[in-house]
Design a protein around this ligand. Structure first.
Ligand code: 3H9
Length: 714
C-alpha cells in the first residue's frame, strides 16, 4: 500500500517515500506527497525536511506506466512535487540509501543537501526509455556539475556509485552510518548554529550554469555541436539524445525558468515519440519475462557451484559468465589444446577488466582462480548445475548426458547449450528428465545479454525457477522458449537469412542487402552476421535439417567447399583483410556475386529489379511471420518475449522495439497484406500464420493479443 511516512525529530520532519516496490513517483503518489509537503509547509515548528525512501531505495523515478495516460488539470506529477520544494522557505535534505534514479534523483537535486550511503546507485536513465530527465534534471545538473559532465552522465544513462556521484559533485557526501539519522543531525546543526554553516538555502537552480571546470562559457557552442556529432542520427536511435543535448544547450543559454520550460516541451515531444514507445515496451517486456502463466510456484534451488562440459569458445564463455557472477565453475575437457586456449581466454578476459578499471588485480585473480579445468568427470559430482557445450551433434550430446546423469549428484540440473537440438531427446538419456533443461547462451557468452531457457516436456517447475534465478544472477535477459527446432531466436534468424540469400540469388548484391538492414538500424547485415557465426555452422545445420534453409542454390555449399567459412578464414560471403578494421570489416567480393549469378542461372532463377523497400520488408516480415507462428504454436509465450530475443540476441534496433512491436508500429494488417503478396510471388515459405491473419482481419495488434496460455484457457 502506497503511503507517505511522516515523523518529527525536533524541528526536523522526516518524510519517507513508501510506494512499493520501487517508490515510483506516480501521478497518484505525487498527489499524496504534495499533501505531506503542504502539511509540513503549514507548520511553523517544522524548519527542515529530510526526504528519504523505504523498500531499500530512494526512488526509481516517475512511474513509467503513467506516460501512456493523458494528464488532466487535476494530475499531479513529480514536477509539481519539485516545484513545491523549490518554492518552500524551509531547508530540504535528501537522505539516499539504494537506487536513486530518474525523477527520484531530480527530486534529490532540488534539495539543499544530498547524502548517500556507499551502496547507493544514482542515475538519470531516461535516455534508455527514449526520454530525457524532464523534471528539471537537465537544468539542475548542468548548474551542479557543468554541461560537459552532465551530458556524459545523462547520455550514457547508467547509474554510478555514491562514491563516483560525490566525485562528480552530484551529491555532497557519502555517509558511512545511518543516512537518515545523520541528515537529521546535520539539519539540526545548521538550524542551531546557522553562522557556522554554509548559507541554509542553497537551491541548485540559483547556481550559474557552467560548461566544465576551467572551461569558459565561449566553449558552449563547440561542446554542444560535438555532442550532436557523437550520438547516432535521429533515425538511427538518437532521437532522444539530440533532444537531450538541446535541453542542455537551453540550460547554458537561458534563464532557469526558460530552460525548465524548454526541457518540459522537449520531454512531452519525446513521450509521444515512436522510439520512446518502443523502448518503454522493451522495459516492461523485460520485466514480464520470468512470469510464466500457469507454472506452479516453486522455490529455486541454490547454485553454489557450476560445471561446464567442453572448453571451446562457447564453454569458456559460459565459464567466465559463471565466474563473473561469483559462482565457482569446473570445466571438463579432454583436449589439452582446447583447455590451454580456454585458460588463456579466461585469464585474458579478467585482466582486460583490470585494464578497464572494472576489477582490481585481486578481484580479477580470484575470479580467474574460480574457474578450474580438468579432464576428470568426477569433479562435476558436487556441481549444482552443469551446462554441456560440446559439438552440435545429437550423438555426441546424448553420450554427454548419459555420462552426466551417472556422475552428477541427485537434484543437480543438467543443461544443454544446444542451439537447435531436441532437449527432450537429451532428457531421455537420463534418469532425471525433470532436472533437464536448455540454457542457450549466445556467442560470446560472457558478453551477450540474452539467454534462452528451453523448457523440456518434463522440466519441473523447480528446474525452471532455478534457471530463471540463475539467469538473473548471471545478469542475462532470460526468455522462456518451447522445445522446437532453433527455439525462438535461431528459428527466426533462419527465415531472415533465407530471404537475404534468396534476394542475392535474384541478383541483389550482398553488400546492398547488408546496407539496407544497417540503415534500418541493425549493427550488421545478414551476410556479415552469417560470416561472423561461420558458414560451416550454417552448412552443418542445413545438412542436418535435410532442407535448403539458406537458399535454393548451392552457393552456401560451394563457399564451404572452397574453405570460405566466414570471418575466421577471412573469406565468406564477403572478403576480409587483417589490415582493414582488424579483419572484421566486410569487403564486397565480386567472385561471390558471380557465384550467386552462376548458381541462380543453373537453378533457373531470373535476375529481378528489387528496390530497398522490398529488401527491408522481405527480411523483416519473414521475422514477423515466423514470430507469429511461434506464438501460435506456444513456443514463445508473448510477443514481447520475441522482441527481447531479437533485440538482445540479434541486434534488432531497440528504437523499433523488436520485430513484433515493429509490425504493430506499421500496422499488422499492412504486414499481412504484403506477406500474402510475397506468398503469391515467391511460394509457400511465405504462407502467413493464422494468428497473423486473425489479427490483421480485426485490425488488431500483437500488443493486444492474448498470450498462448490465455488462448488455451479461453
Ligand atoms: C522518469 O523518471 C521521468 C522524469 O525524468 C520526468 C517526469 C516528468 N515505473 O526492475 P525490477 C517496476 S522516467 C514504473 O524487476 P529490480 C517494474 O516494472 C523513469 N514501474 O526490479 C517491476 O514491476 P513488476 C526513470 C517501475 O530490483 C518492479 O517495479 N527511471 C519503475 O531488478 C520491480 O522492478 C528508470 O528508468 C518505474 N520507474 O530493479 C528506472 N521501475 O513487479 C527504471 C521499476 O510488476 N527501473 N518498476 O514486474 C529500474 O531500473 C529498475 O526497476 C530498478 C529495480 C533498478 C529500480
Amino acid at each position: 500500500m502506497a503511503q507517505v511516512q511522516v515523523r518529527d525529530d525536533g524541528p526536523v520532519r522526516v518524510i519517507t517515500l513508501d510506494n512499493p516496490p520501487v517508490n515510483a513517483l506516480s501521478f497518484t503518489y505525487c498527489a499524496q506527497l504534495l499533501d505531506a509537503l503542504g502539511a509540513a509547509e503549514g507548520e511553523a515548528s517544522v524548519e527542515a525536511i529530510v526526504l528519504t525512501g523505504a523498500n531499500g531505495l530512494f526512488s526509481a523515478g516517475a512511474d513509467v506506466n503513467d506516460f501512456n495516460s493523458e494528464p488532466t488539470p487535476e494530475t499531479r506529477t513529480v514536477r509539481d512535487v519539485i516545484a513545491a520544494i523549490e518554492h518552500s522557505e524551509k531547508a530540504f535534505l535528501a537522505a539516499i540509501d539504494g537506487n536513486c534514479l530518474g525523477g527520484g534523483l531530480e527530486l534529490a537535486l532540488t534539495c539543499d543537501y544530498r547524502s548517500a550511503t556507499a551502496r547507493s546507485k544514482l542515475g538519470l536513465p531516461e535516455i534508455r526509455l527514449g526520454l530525457l530527465p524532464g523534471a528539471g534534471g537537465t537544468q539542475r545538473l548542468v548548474r551542479l556539475i557543468g554541461a560537459q559532465a552532465a551530458l556524459e552522465f545523462m547520455l550514457k544513462g547508467s547509474s554510478v556509485s555514491a562514491e563516483r556521484a560525490a566525485q562528480l559533485g552530484i551529491i555532497d557526501e557519502v555517509t558511512p552510518g545511518d543516512v537518515v539519522e545523520q541528515s537529521v543531525a546535520l539539519a539540526k546543526g545548521v538550524l542551531e548554529h546557522p553562522s557556522e554553516h554554509a548559507p541554509r538555502k542553497r537551491r541548485v537552480s540559483e547556481l550559474k550554469a557552467i560548461i566544465g571546470k576551467g572551461i569558459t562559457a565561449q566553449a558552449a557552442p563547440f561542446v554542444v555541436s560535438q555532442a550532436h556529432k557523437m550520438v547516432p542520427s535521429e533515425e538511427q536511435g538518437g532521437f532522444a539524445a539530440h533532444k537531450l543535448i538541446d535541453a542542455v544547450q537551453a540550460a547554458v543559454e537561458m534563464s532557469f525558468a526558460f530552460g525548465l520550460a524548454r526541457e518540459a516541451r522537449l520531454f512531452e515531444e519525446l513521450v509521444r515519440s515512436q522510439p520512446s514507445l518502443a523502448l518503454r515496451h522493451l522495459f516492461f517486456a523485460e520485466r514480464e519475462l520470468p512470469k510464466i502463466p500457469g507454472l506452479p510456484a516453486a522455490e529455486a534451488l541454490p547454485v553454489a557451484k557450476a560445471g561446464v562440459v567442453g572448453a571451446g569458445t562457447m564453454g569458456s564463455g559460459i565459464a567466465i559468465t559463471f565466474a563473473q557472477a561469483g559462482i565457482p565453475v569446473v570445466v571438463v575437457d579432454t583436449n589439452d589444446e582446447a583447455v590451454e586456449k580456454a585458460r588463456q581466454t579466461t585469464m585474458g578476459m579478467f585482466m582486460y577488466q583490470v585494464q578497464k578499471g572494472r576489477l582490481t588485480q585481486e578481484e580479477a585473480w580470484a575470479r580467474a582462480q574460480s574457474v578450474t579445468f580438468t579432464d576428470d568427470w568426477n569433479e562435476l559430482a558436487d556441481a549444482d548445475v552443469i551446462v554441456e557445450a560440446v559439438f552440435e551433434e545429437i550423438g555426441v550430446k546424448r553420450e554427454v548426458f548419459r555420462r552426466l546423469d551417472a556422475v552428477a549428484k541427485p537434484g543437480a540440473i543438467l543443461a544443454t547449450n544446444t542451439s537447435t537440438l531436441d532437449v527432450d531427446d537429451l532428457a531421455a538419456q537420463t534418469q532425471r528428465p525433470e532436472f533437464v533443461i536448455g540454457l542457450h547462451f549466445f556467442v560470446p557468452a560472457n558478453i551477450m545479454p540474452l539467454l534462452e531457457i528451453v523448457r523440456g516436456a518434463r522440466s519441473s517447475p523447480q528446474t525452471l525457477a532455478t534457471a530463471f534465478a540463475l539467469g538473473k544472477r548471471l545478469r542475462k535477459k532470460a526468455v522462456l522458449s518451447g522445445n522446437a527446432f532453433g527455439f525462438i531466436g535461431n528459428r527466426m534468424v533462419f527465415d531472415y537469412v533465407r530471404e537475404a540469400v534468396a534476394l542475392a540469388e535474384e541478383g541483389v548484391a550482398p553488400a546492398r542487402i547488408d546496407r539496407v538492414m544497417k540503415d534500418f538500424g541493425f549493427p550488421m547485415g545478414p551476410f556479415a552476421m552469417s560470416d561472423l557465426s561461420g558458414l560451416d555452422v550454417a552448412w552443418h545445420i542445413q545438412k542436418s535439417r535435410g532442407e535448403a534453409a539458406q537458399g535454393r542454390t548451392r552457393v552456401l555449399e560451394r563457399l564451404v567447399e572452397g574453405k570460405r567459412l566466414g570471418q575466421k578464414t577471412l573469406a565468406g560471403y564477403f572478403k576480409y583483410d587483417k589490415s582493414v578494421g582488424k579483419g572484421r570489416e566486410p569487403i564486397p567480393d565480386p567472385e561471390v556475386e558471380a557465384l550467386f549469378a552462376e548458381e541462380a542461372r543453373q537453378a533457373g532463377i531470373a535476375p529481378r529489379e528489387v528496390d530497398d523497400d522490398e529488401i527491408r520488408d522481405r527480411l523483416l516480415f519473414a521475422l514477423v511471420n515466423r514470430g507469429a507462428y511461434l506464438l501460435e504454436e506456444g513456443i514463445a509465450l508473448r510477443p514481447g518475449d520475441i522482441d527481447i530475443v531479437y533485440v538482445y540476441g540479434y541486434g534488432f534496433p531497440p528504437h523499433h522495439g523488436g520485430p513484433m512491436w515493429y509490425a504493430d508500429e506499421i500496422g499488422v494488417d499492412r504486414v499481412y497484406a504484403r506477406i500474402v503478396e510475397f506468398a503469391e510471388q515467391f511460394g509457400p515459405q511465405w504462407t502467413p500464420s493464422s494468428l497473423l491473419a486473425e489479427i490483421a482481419e480485426k485490425h488488431g495488434s500483437f500488443a493486444g493479443t492474448p498470450t498462448a496460455e490465455e488462448l488455451v484457457n479461453a
